[in-house]
Design a protein around this ligand. Structure first.
Ligand SMILES: [Ca+2]
Ligand SMILES: [Ca+2]
Ligand SMILES: [Ca+2]
Length: 234
């Protein structure tokens, strides 16, 4: 009997001890997870306060892993991951503002487009490449793309860009103006790199432009920018 009582007491003691231990573990775990969450909160707070302290330096508008401030240094466009449109994102592109001409056309038909106006300064808003074109043919034109090089008149530095003109369509006789100002949510607006030569060089620039619609030969024209940096919107 005594043995049984002893063994029962021992069991009770062991159970109590086990309970205390497991309670301590729970308390400790609670403490430690509390600490962790505090640390997480603290580190979160410190990250966001350092972001605030650094102003917009860590903002990455296009989410390509290159902060806007670094895009400015690289001369790439913070609004698009592939600045020159060659299919290689800036992060991997050894020449992020240089692409070969990606316009492919077998047809020899002349593109029935009249360029009514093309400018890279004296725009109504901040400076950007702006082209006003009229469809002088009898059928709707679409599937446009564009290739242009920008050449610095003094040091001969060159950049080249290609892009498809998504959504651009011109009925017979219709006139439209297209803008390369990164306001891409609006119809007729496309990306344009203001961190490259256009926004940074004080020298005169020549834009050699090829506008193409599928089934027609590309149309070539030039736009000149006088010396002095383009006016970039803040
Ligand atoms: Ca970026
Ligand atoms: Ca690229
Ligand atoms: Ca490239």
């Amino acid at each position: 009997m005594n043995n049984k009582i002893t063994s029962c007491k021992t069991k009770k003691t062991t159970l109590a001890a086990a309970l205390i231990i497991s309670l301590s573990i729970v308390v400790l775990a609670g403490c430690s997870s509390g600490n962790n969450s505090n640390q997480a909160t603290n580190s979160g707070t410190s990250t966001s306060s350092s972001q605030t302290a650094a102003g917009k330096s860590s903002t990455d508008t296009n989410g390509d892993g290159i902060p806007d401030s670094v895009e400015k240094t690289y001369g790439t466009n913070p609004y698009v991951a592939d600045t020159d449109g060659d299919g290689v994102n800036d992060k991997e592109d050894k020449a992020p503002v240089g692409t070969e001409n990606l316009i492919k056309e077998a047809s020899a038909a002349q593109l029935p487009i009249k360029i009514k106006d093309a400018r890279v300064e004296d725009n109504a808003t901040a400076d950007h490449l702006e082209i006003t074109l009229t469809n002088s043919g009898n059928t709707t034109l679409n599937n446009f793309d564009i290739y242009y090089t920008i050449t610095d008149k003094v040091d001969k530095t060159q950049e080249s860009y290609y892009q498809t003109m998504n959504g651009l369509s011109l009925n017979a006789g219709e006139t439209k103006t297209i803008h390369f100002d990164n306001q891409v949510k609006e119809a007729g607006h496309y990306n344009g790199n203001m961190n490259g030569l256009y926004g940074t060089s004080v020298n005169g620039l020549t834009f050699d432009i090829q506008l193409h619609a599928k089934g027609y030969q590309p149309l070539n024209f030039q736009v000149e920018k006088a010396k002095g940096t383009a006016e970039v919107a803040d």
